[in-house]
Design a protein around this ligand. Structure first.
Ligand SMILES: CC(=O)c1cc(-c2ccccn2)c2ncccn12
Length: 121
């Protein structure tokens, strides 16, 4: 497509790849790194209709599945909310997810504020 569209698509991809790198720092235990299996979380695939994890997000990013920061943020929030749905409030996974969501959204908003040229919507 048109060069400026190609440029903005390439820069969005770089922008989101950097955000992915930054949010991964907030998950040192890597609990959000891979898809959650029914083996480690009994009944997970029955309860959670739309699973999401950071590796899946990286794959979607390399497959040009995100055309805006909003779409990327939606998957990130979905990943955190899934963990706050499946895991009871008193579990470490629930509190990790709550903190990850708060930290991650702040990272995204800060990076967007530094790059007003990035298509936000
Ligand atoms: C994200 C999530 O809900 C999750 C990640 C894990 C997880 C992730 C990596 C290694 C071990 N466990 C998990 N285990 C039990 C119940 C829930 N989880």
């Amino acid at each position: 497509s048109h060069p400026t569209v190609l440029l903005s698509r390439a820069s969005l991809k770089m922008f989101l790849a950097n955000i992915l790198r930054l949010v991964q720092k907030h998950d040192p235990e890597g609990i959000f790194a891979e898809p959650v299996t029914d083996e480690i979380a009994p009944g997970y695939s029955t309860l959670i209709k739309y699973p999401m994890d950071l590796t899946t997000m990286a794959t979607k990013l390399s497959n040009h599945a995100y055309s805006s920061v909003d779409e990327f943020r939606s998957d990130f929030v979905l990943m955190c909310k899934n963990a706050m749905t499946y895991n009871a409030p008193e579990t470490v996974y629930f509190s990790f997810a709550k903190n990850m969501m708060e930290d991650g959204v702040k990272v995204i908003e800060r990076e967007v504020s530094l790059r007003p040229d990035i298509r936000y919507g």
